[in-house]
Design a protein around this ligand. Structure first.
Ligand SMILES: [Zn+2]
Length: 233
């Protein structure tokens, strides 16, 4: 097990173009293990994140690891070979920005990627919507491109504001005995829909922070005990 440090925006390394992987000579299994360990660590700590790219942990190699919603994809030497004409706007962020803010970016609605998987098979795969956006973001990392390069309007940046993390230990004091109404988001750290919703949650929390407490509950950990206590969601 090897959880590696995440390089942060400002580090020149993140601006370098990653090298193609030689599946025979390069220690591909170690790369995958380290990417997977580091992603799991971030998902636990930051409660967000679906994928990670080699350069973010100091490997200047063309490799991406994704794990979300019981789906795992390893992409070695990925290339986008087709992009839809249609684009869409999406709030985006990055571990390498410490998920401290979101910016609205423009992405292709659908892409086709050709890549080598962990079994050294060549795969052609179509991705749409959130996965299209996700892999455009990750493949950009291999080119030294960051999501901040895609921000449509630098004046519309959304900070990650103060949102309380609730669990079994502080639910009662904050919600049942709290002084203000509480707006709670039940989420899964690896859910694509939760990720899409999160920036809007931040936006509302900024707009209404004086009147309502905004909180979130990791449903993967605490949901069952709330259900037992009779709360219906
Ligand atoms: Zn990123």
């Amino acid at each position: 097990m090897s959880v590696r440090n995440i390089l942060m925006i400002g580090n020149e390394f993140l601006r370098k173009k990653a090298e193609n992987i030689d599946v025979v000579k390069d220690p591909v299994e170690q790369y995958i293990q380290d990417l997977s360990d580091t992603l799991h660590h971030i998902q636990k700590e930051k409660k967000i994140g679906r994928a990670i790219a080699g350069p973010q942990i100091g490997y200047l190699k063309r490799i991406i690891y994704m794990e979300a919603e019981e789906q795992k994809i390893t992409m070695i030497n990925p290339q986008i070979i087709k992009k839809s004409l249609e684009t869409f706007e999406v709030w985006d962020s990055c571990f390498s920005a410490d998920v401290a803010f979101f910016g609205k970016t423009l992405r292709y609605k659908a892409i086709t990627v050709v890549y080598i998987n962990e079994n050294q098979e060549e795969i052609h795969e179509d991705f749409t919507d959130d996965l299209s956006e996700l892999f455009q973001h990750e493949i950009d990392h291999l080119e030294g491109i960051l999501f901040t390069d895609h921000i449509i309007n630098n004046q519309i940046i959304m900070p990650s504001s103060e949102i309380k993390d609730l669990d079994d230990s502080n639910w009662e004091s904050n919600v049942e005995k709290g002084s203000k109404p509480v707006f709670v988001m039940f989420y899964s750290p690896t859910c694509a829909f939760c990720k899409q919703m999160e920036p809007y949650f931040y936006e509302y929390s900024n707009d209404f922070k004086d009147k309502v407490i905004f909180a979130r509950v990791n449903a993967m950990i605490s949901y069952p005990s709330f259900l037992k206590s009779g709360i219906i969601v």
